[in-house]
Ligand binder design. Structure first.
Ligand SMILES: [Zn+2]
Length: 341
């Protein structure tokens, strides 16, 4: 906890301390909670403007995201994994939700450990994020956002970040939920006019069952027309989109949900899809959102995937985590946390 001696600005709110620390020429924002592990020998009296060495009863633990910022700049939306370029693009944000309703197995006490995630009314909001991948001369968009709710801005954001929709070769859909297929078509025409659209075969088979399809307007409107236009390819596990990008089956959220592994020049990254929806699930890995269709399978998949990503220190891209969604699952004082880049 030596870095606490250099923290420059803090605000004590109820039982939480939030602030910014300057360390190693970088700025970190942080949130500390008093609820968990105690540091009896390192107790500090934390007060506005700095730390004194007076003995005090407050013991703090880093519990949530520790987001690194280059001095004063916005978080970087572009990273490279070997020779693959990954650009995080944004369609928008969900409506605000009561977290214990969205995650019925969760508790508000648990959520309070994540003050960066809860707003002032103790509600949460999900990002609708996609990534553009440049690999071996191909431009690939992973998922296409929500478009209509609450007014998607994916195309504007792509343009601002130098991603030309007409240059997109492949649209890859991790699964066929409405917030992942929203920009497949615009006014009935392919939004990405020169692209093939790829979807997991097993997810497509699930959604195309008549009784499922009859309740899935988004699939009828944003997926099925691609078939009629002969623009759709169904792919299986271990399918190579390029030599550097491979599908992996991560079922449960939807029956045929896929994630992607990027492996290039000795570096690896994992496109998570909807294996997890909130950084809180790094620790509360059992928490399932109501959106998970196969609840038990989803929970088992999340444990398996997050354990593996943590063990391998794999760089992760997550579309629903806070912008830009790049980070690692790491263990701090015995507790798994999402550490954003
Ligand atoms: Zn989603």
């Amino acid at each position: 906890m030596a870095w606490l001696s250099e923290f420059s600005k803090s605000l004590l709110i109820n039982r939480y301390l939030e602030g910014i620390v300057h360390w190693d020429s970088k700025y970190f924002s942080f949130a500390l909670s008093a609820d968990f592990i105690e540091y009896p020998r390192q107790s500090r009296d934390l007060s506005e403007g700095g730390i004194s060495n007076r003995p005090g009863p407050k013991h703090f633990l880093l519990t949530t995201m520790c987001r690194k910022h280059e001095s004063g700049k916005m978080a970087d939306h572009k990273i490279t994994v070997g020779n693959v370029e990954v650009v995080s693009v944004l369609d928008g944000y969900s409506a605000k939700r009561v977290p214990t309703e969205t995650f019925p197995g969760s508790t508000i006490e648990g959520w309070r450990e994540y003050p960066d995630i809860l707003d002032e009314n103790h509600q949460i909001q999900s990002r609708y994020g996609s990534v553009a991948l440049r690999s071996q001369g191909k431009l690939i968009i992973v998922d296409t956002g929500m478009q209509t709710d609450p007014g998607g801005r994916l195309l504007d954001d792509m343009k601002a970040k130098g991603v030309d929709r007409e240059a997109v070769d492949i649209v890859f859909l991790t699964h066929l939920h409405p917030d992942h297929v929203g920009w497949n078509l615009t006014d009935g025409k392919p939004t990405f006019p020169n692209a093939r659209y790829l979807a997991p075969r097993s997810d497509y088979e699930y959604w195309s069952q008549p009784d499922v399809l009859s309740n899935a307007a988004h699939v009828r409107e944003q997926v099925m027309p691609l078939n009629d236009l002969n623009l759709m390819d169904l792919v299986d596990e271990k399918y190579k989109i390029t030599d550097e990008i491979t599908t992996v089956s991560t079922p449960g959220h939807t029956p045929g949900h896929f994630s992607l592994i990027i492996a290039s020049s000795g570096e690896r990254a994992f496109i998570l899809g909807d294996v997890a929806h909130s950084p809180a699930q790094a620790h509360y890995t059992d928490w399932n959102p109501i959106f998970d269709i196969q609840q038990d399978i989803s929970r088992a998949t999340r444990h398996k995937v997050l354990d593996h990503l943590e063990a391998e220190s794999t760089l992760v891209s997550s579309g629903h985590f806070p912008d830009p969604g790049f980070g690692h699952f790491v263990r701090v004082e015995g507790r798994r946390v999402w550490k954003a880049l």
